[in-house]
Write a protein that binds this ligand. Structure first.
Ligand code: F6P
Length: 327
């Protein structure tokens, strides 16, 4: 790669708390390396439309603690087409961008791979509350989303306990159960339903509620990953099987907002730093990630083929915690 003088940075796909911290780190590291940084707004669609904003050290001041993304985000259908990507390449030429830092999840990185094939180097930073990117142990936003969901469920538990009710709570995660399982362990759920574990309704829900009741509990917390199906349906099935009237809560997008936790700010800052260093050292077309706490870089194509499995020992741990009385 030629010596890099100017790069673009964008956020794409679902937003995640800590994206702003990553943008800030990209801009400030770029300054440190004498690289200019241009903000591309609204993800890949913004690159197609030439929707940009000039960024300097001051323009990313006071965003470290803010959720969302100052660059806005989008999911672009047009970028999935060859014609769309060609327009994006034109924007890069027009603005003199020699590389793009793309902050997002797997969908963002699939776009990155296609763009790199048209000659624009891309470095990816994994950010999604789902934590479902194969090449990295951790994705920016996951910890904040876990903590937000935990806070909500703790509140729900107060009222469920007072009324001696069953609560069915649906958490996000797309097709993965990371968020549900981590949250379920942290709130001491009666049962956690994740897509990675084939559901046996009688054993995984009915008997767990019955066992919990026998242990003396009078309220029950069932955490459902959205990838399993609708919490409303699970609630209905519980009513039919046991005769209790569960209250259903879908946490929804509340899980995506809020000020990032220390872990998300710190990880985002390190990832942003390493992403720009990668360009400064002449290496594009990689995704930065964490493996056992250290920062790693993997070629995008290879990274996209990597699978990350939910550690099922966590599922067993969650189950083992349920046998005693919880109140
Ligand atoms: O990928 C992040 C995520 O929040 C998923 O957990 C969820 O399934 C999806 O995005 C929701 O997408 P949207 O914001 O388009 O409704």
């Amino acid at each position: 790669m030629d010596k890099i003088k100017r790069i673009g940075v964008l956020t794409s796909g679902g937003d995640a708390p800590g994206m702003n911290a990553a943008v800030r780190a990209v801009v400030r590291t770029a300054m440190d390396c004498n690289i200019e940084c241009v903000g591309i707004r609204r993800g890949w669609q913004g690159l197609i439309n030439g929707d940009f904003v000039r960024l300097d050290g001051a323009s990313v001041g006071h965003i470290l603690s803010r959720g969302g993304t100052i660059l806005y985000t989008a999911r672009s259908e047009e970028f999935m087409t060859e014609a769309g990507r060609k327009k994006a390449v034109f924007t890069c030429k027009m603005l003199g961008l020699q590389g793009i830092v793309a902050i997002g999840g797997d969908g963002t990185f699939r776009g990155a791979l296609e763009l790199s094939r048209l000659g624009v180097p891309v470095v990816g930073i994994p950010a999604t509350i789902d934590n479902d990117v194969g090449c990295t142990n951790y994705t920016i936003g996951f910890d904040t989303a876990c903590n937000t969901a935990i806070e909500c469920i703790d509140r729900l538990r107060d009222t469920m306990q007072s009324h001696e009710r069953c609560s069915v709570v649906e958490v996000m995660g797309r097709n993965a159960g990371f968020l549900a399982l981590y949250v379920g362990i942290a709130v001491g759920a009666t049962a956690v339903l994740v897509p990675e574990h084939e559901l046996d309704f009688q054993k995984d829900v009915v008997e767990r509620i019955q066992d919990s009741r026998l242990a003396g509990n009078t309220h029950f917390m069932i955490v459902v990953a959205e990838g399993v199906g609708s919490a409303v349906e699970i609630g209905k099935q519980i009513r039919e099987a046991i005769g209790i009237e569960p209250r259903v809560t879908v946490l929804g997008h509340i899980q995506r907002g809020g000020s990032p936790t220390a872990r998300d700010r710190e990880t985002a800052t390190r990832m942003g730093y390493y992403a720009v260093k990668s360009f400064a050292e002449g290496e594009g077309n990689v995704i930065v990630g964490t493996q056992e706490g250290s920062m790693v870089k993997l070629p995008i194509e290879e990274a996209l083929q990597m699978k990350k499995h939910l550690q099922m020992d966590r599922y067993e741990i969650m189950q083992a915690m349920q046998l005693g009385r919880t109140e």
